[in-house]
Design a protein around this ligand. Sequence first.
Ligand SMILES: [Zn+2]
Length: 196
Amino acid sequence: MAEACCDIQCFYSNNAYLIKELALTSLDGSIVEHYIFRAPFPFHDLDLKDQQTNAYLTRNKHCLNWYAGVVNYSQLPLILERIGREYAILYTKGKQKQDCLQNYVSRACLVVDLESRNCPSLLDLSVYPAARCYMNHPSCALTNCVRMREWMDADLNKGVGSLSISTSRSPDCAFETRSVNHPVYNNELFSREHGR
Ligand SMILES: [Zn+2]
């Protein structure tokens, strides 16, 4: 079954990720998806701390405005449910993104954190060519996806080894291990740069 790289750029609400931008590239490069979602509610409905955090993200990190986007937020779970049916494995970067995506997709789709597999910082992946979305902003999810895929491709071509991925995620789930021809990566800690 197919595998893909997936990245999200988010705001925060009540200590939870609120997905603003979602991008996906299949590992074979044949499929690219990209969405920027409309605001789920008015900015002033956020508590003051979340308003400050999200304003910081807009000014200094992903630079996406709270009100940017054209896809209704109500479509987000439907899109991710469908992606979860279409892909056996989604590769992303960061434990929180991994957890956020895994909450949306079915248990049949495994979300893998590339940070635990020695994937360098996204800044260090800038050596790879990438696309960017129409918003032309920093930390674009589409750019990140393409670079993650390019990195996996490059290491795969080096013949570094293979990564065994367990698709078991809970004690009551039948254990299954699949061998995927990607490198064995080391742990790398992810830090939320905005300090929350
Ligand atoms: Zn973008």
